[in-house]
Design a protein around this ligand. Structure first.
Ligand SMILES: Cc1ncc(C[n+]2csc(CCOP(=O)(O)OP(=O)(O)O)c2C)c(N)n1
Ligand SMILES: [Mg+2]
Length: 420
């Protein structure tokens, strides 16, 4: 199912989508400058040209819902309410960063307030984790939806398949956004997946999927809101393939010279922000004055946020060992928020005696009952206790029936033929 740009949102929602895409791009542009000034610790990734996906999908969620963003989902962090200063400080490993200078990039979460699970570098691992979050929320009666993102490359990991299968069997209220940006490092998608549409992977798990133009923020939003509502209503997990393009290299170190020029030109002409500006202007939702207002707002905000981040100290050396392991004092303080009574989800006390015996279980003969000696096929596998306690009873192998011998010979000959 593919959706087109259409007017289905309120004026404020249209403008919010625009603001967050601009904010996403401006935050990343600021970080490129910081990187070139050698102020970023570690790698710097980019979601240039993919902002409509992070923003359009995260914007469908309620405050209580959960996300687990990956490296190209800074837009989702911003929509969820993370201030730009936290993103800057995390990349700069500053003391005031969410992880107090430990780890880097966008590797942080907020389990208490914003309901953000930190990224997991091992691609695909967030799928079973977020499935767990989704079914945990259902168990607690919270009616929450969990969402995470994965790339075309990540969709070929084993855990992608295990996780999605698990989510499907559990009918988890979980939405997975597959960002097909055509590249995984220097590997084009066609060289690692024999499918035209990665959404087809959903068929293997019997779940619903959508395909959407990932550079069209309204299409992304309207598709994702439908998926989120269906998942919340109990229809099970949904996969959305958003088709897009990775405009820069894998990270700052990668000039991506392996990308064909025509491919780059094709996608540069489809910049999601430029396309959306045209739409907003055509629909009289944004004019030059409105755009200028947003330009100025972003400029003021990001100058202040960057200054705050730059002025934050580096963590003192003596803090290096703290907060690495749980000491038991200040950890595990998160408590489940029950929206159902504990009695409702606790099994009732039963007067029925548990029955563990299954007639014939384990018996090759199928008739001996649970207490009968266990036999597998024709060979008795149980040594009977000797009558006089002196020597073990002889375990006699039954002679193999003639018919069975013939059948085995025929099978062996057929297998020899097949090998030729
Ligand atoms: C299981 C696993 N294998 C390999 C890597 C190394 N790695 C990190 S990002 C990446 C490419 C990912 O490509 P894709 O999933 O298409 O995401 P994109 O970078 O295009 O957003 C690889 C191979 C990893 N982090 N985890
Ligand atoms: Mg990719």
């Amino acid at each position: 199912m593919t959706k087109q740009m259409s007017r289905e949102l309120t004026r404020q929602q249209y403008l919010d989508l625009y603001y967050y895409m601009r904010l996403n791009r401006a935050v990343e542009d600021t970080m490129v400058k910081l990187f070139r000034q050698n102020k970023i610790v570690g790698g710097l990734y980019s979601s240039l040209g993919q902002e409509a996906i992070s923003v359009g999908t995260a914007y469908t969620l309620q405050k209580k819902d959960w996300i687990a963003p990956m490296i190209r989902n800074i837009g989702a962090l911003l929509v969820k309410g993370v201030p730009p200063r936290d993103i800057f400080m995390q990349h700069m490993a500053k003391y005031d960063s969410p992880t107090k200078g430990k780890d880097g990039t966008s590797h942080f979460g907020d389990l208490d307030n914003l309901h953000i699970v930190s990224p997991i570098s091992m691609l695909g691992d967030l799928i079973p984790v977020m499935t767990g979050v989704a079914i945990g929320g259902r168990y607690l009666g919270q009616k929450v939806v969990a969402m995470t993102w994965i790339g075309d490359g990540g969709s070929s990991t084993g855990v992608f398949h295990e996780g999605l299968n698990f989510a499907a069997t559990q009918k988890a209220p979980f939405v997975l956004i597959l960002e097909n940006n055509l590249w995984a490092y220097s590997t084009p998608v066609r060289r690692q997946v024999p499918l035209e549409n990665l959404a087809d992977r959903a068929k293997a798990y019997g779940i619903e999927s959508y395909i959407v133009d990932g550079n069209n923020v309204v299409a992304v939003y309207t598709t994702a809101i439908e998926a989120v509502e269906r998942a919340r209503a109990g229809e099970g997990p949904i996969l959305i393939e958003a088709k897009t393009f990775r405009r820069l290299g894998h990270a700052q170190h990668d000039p991506a010279e392996y990308v064909p020029k025509e491919m780059r030109a094709y996608w540069e002409a489809r910049d999601p922000i430029a396309l959306y500006e045209k739409f907003l202007t055509r629909e009289k939702l944004l004019d030059a004055a409105g755009k200028k207002e947003i330009d100025e707002k972003l400029d003021v905000l990001l100058t202040a946020e960057r200054e705050f981040a730059e002025n934050s100290p580096m963590p003192p050396a003596e803090f290096a060992q703290g907060g690495v392991y749980c000491t038991g004092d200040d950890c595990h303080k998160i408590r489940a928020k029950w929206e159902r009574s504990i009695g409702e989800v606790t099994p009732p006390k039963s007067s029925v005696k548990p029955v563990w015996t299954v007639p014939g279980f384990g018996s090759g003969r199928g008739s001996g009952g649970a207490d009968a000696p266990i036999h597998f096929g024709d060979t008795p596998a149980v040594m009977e206790k000797p009558a006089n306690n002196s020597r073990p009873a002889k375990v006699a192998a039954k002679p193999v029936a003639k018919g069975a011998k013939k059948a085995r010979a025929a099978a062996a000959s057929a297998s020899r033929k097949a090998r030729r």
